[in-house]
Design a protein around this ligand. Structure first.
Ligand SMILES: Cc1cc2nc3c(=O)[nH]c(=O)nc-3n(C[C@H](O)[C@H](O)[C@H](O)COP(=O)(O)OP(=O)(O)OC[C@H]3O[C@@H](n4cnc5c(N)ncnc54)[C@H](O)[C@@H]3O)c2cc1C
Length: 475
């Protein structure tokens, strides 16, 4: 079951032919896939968004290759979609107009880890988990940790401004980017930002490009901030009768002055999926919090968090992880949630809305009402410390799809009504574009379209993303 593709201008057959010839002439045939079977895997990502099979896929091996692909795309009037690990959840890497896919996964060098200046210089195809391992081997730390870190790449993290469980204490990808090298439509390459900790020269183009979802420029290098690796980490699991009790504990931890690095919540249906996946969870539990702290006083801080949580009405049990291996097992269970819940139905859509953390319980209560109103099964888990919840809708029969669309629309409206935002980390892409106008004014959307035009006047770089293609469908 796929989302309908947005309305975009398709390239002509003659412009496609010219682009293929030019790409092969300038890059050599080994870097350009044109065979239908070879190109087919590049038509989709980890969302339900429908794409068109690209006519050509460029496997870039250098920044110069990226620049050539962008020059050819503009000269031949062919749309181009950048791609990294293909794990995106909103269709960002899906080529809705076909054309060229520019794959950056082979640009995978960690060029420098500079201990004295606490920076890493990396190419966009570096797998996020590989960067973690490399800097941690040097006693350093790069915090952004999307749960897809074994397969997503820094380029995709930059484009989506990815977050993860550790965002509660350490922020999201943008907070860790000092500077970028990026190729613009037409092939010019610019360097933005700095290699220094401080620096305020000119507009903050680095911040603009991070989170631009592959619509403004293609990253070829990033200079990332590092910090010393925290001395110790301590993790606990707290069980509650229901999500309202767990949400109260989240608020109590924060009000108590404890700053965990992660504060993850699982609701009753998610716990059921975990049980079905073979992990034993206390039958009294209708919600769970995973609490992790770090730093020199990690054990003492966790004890304090444990005391606060135990005093919360509805707390059933608090279990401290006794070893690194036990901690790893807890996180393995958290990271497999996406797959475990996927097994519960033929189709699953995962939203990543955010509300003020004090409104989490209200949002989940409204989600239950939406489930009742539409008859669509749902569950929720996610980064409760940030108020960022993955509300998942599940269905088996294709005929249920209109109800699912209605449920998503109602969820988006409820999120905005509670003072929240449509996306905490997955981006808008194709999936959420119809709802953008619920959150942003026509003037703000028009301003962003103007920015897009300044970078890409012909609308060839990743067209059909972020902005609603047919007016403001959500209004
Ligand atoms: C199991 C699972 C768990 C997940 N958990 C999280 C999570 O905890 N937090 C989170 O934030 N996300 C999560 N995600 C979503 C996804 O992993 C992130 O959005 C990730 O940042 C995408 O990276 P990618 O390399 O796969 O990018 P892709 O999917 O290939 O592309 C994503 C976007 O980046 C653009 N892009 C790719 N490379 C470049 C480049 N070099 N220059 C410019 N633009 C580029 C693409 O055009 C597209 O718009 C999860 C996904 C899955 C499947």
């Amino acid at each position: 079951m796929l989302l309908a593709a947005p309305q975009v201008k398709l390239p002509t057959a003659s412009s496609i032919d010219r682009a293929k010839i030019e790409l092969e002439r300038r890059l050599g045939p080994s870097k350009v896939l044109t065979d239908e079977e070879a190109c087919a895997p590049y038509a989709s990502d980890d969302s339900d968004a429908a794409g068109r099979r690209p006519a050509a896929v460029v496997i870039a091996a250098s920044a110069a290759d990226v620049a050539v692909a962008l020059a050819v795309a503009e000269a031949c009037d062919v749309p181009l979609t950048p791609r990294a690990g293909g794990t995106g959840r909103t269709g960002g890497a899906v080529p809705v107009a076909g054309g060229i896919v520019l794959a950056t996964h082979a640009l995978a060098r960690i060029k420098d880890i500079d201990r004295a200046n606490l920076i890493a210089v990396v190419e966009p195809g570096v797998i996020t988990g590989h960067l973690h391992a490399a800097v941690e081997a040097e006693g350093l730390f790069y915090a952004p940790d999307p749960n897809s870190l074994e397969s997503c790449c820094i380029g995709g993290n930059l484009a989506e401004n990815a977050g993860g469980p550790r965002a509660f204490k350490y922020g999201v990808t943008r907070d860790w980017v000092l500077g970028l090298e990026a190729a613009l439509m037409g092939g010019r390459v610019v360097r933005t930002g700095k290699r220094t900790v401080k620096g305020v020269t000119g507009y903050d183009v680095t911040a603009l490009l991070v989170g631009s979802e592959g619509t403004l420029a293609v990253f070829t290098e990033a200079t990332l901030r590092l910090v010393p690796k925290p001395a110790a980490v301590a993790t606990a699991l707290a069980l509650f009768t229901d999500v309202r009790a767990a949400a109260s504990a989240v608020a109590a931890i924060v009000a108590g002055g404890v700053v965990p690095r992660c504060l993850e919540m699982l609701d009753a249906s998610t716990l059921e999926a975990v049980r079905q996946a073979g992990v034993s969870v206390d039958e009294r539990a209708g919600a769970m919090l995973l609490i992790e702290v770090d730093g020199d006083a990690a054990d003492a801080t966790l004890m304090r968090a444990g005391e606060i949580v135990s005093a919360t009405s509805g707390c059933v049990d608090v279990v401290l992880a006794q070893s690194g291996a036990e901690r790893d097992r807890l996180w393995a269970a958290r990271r497999m949630l996406s797959k475990a819940t996927r097994r519960m139905a033929r189709h699953k859509l995962s939203e990543d809305i955010v509300v003020p953390r004090t409104r989490i319980a209200d949002l989940l209560a409204r989600t239950d009402e939406i489930g009742d109103e539409t008859g669509v099964r749902h569950l929720a888990y996610g980064h409760a410390g940030d108020g960022n919840l993955h509300v998942n809708f599940l269905w088996d029969d294709d005929a249920e799809r209109p109800n699912v669309e209605r449920a998503i629309g109602l969820l988006m409206r409820a999120t905005i009504a509670l003072g929240g935002t449509l996306s905490g980390e997955h981006g808008i892409g194709i999936s959420k574009a119809p709802y953008l106008a619920l959150e942003q004014s026509p003037d703000l959307i028009a301003l962003q379209r103007d920015i897009k035009r300044a970078f890409d006047p012909k609308d060839l770089l990743n067209p059909g993303k972020i902005f609603p293609s047919m007016g403001h469908a959500a209004c």
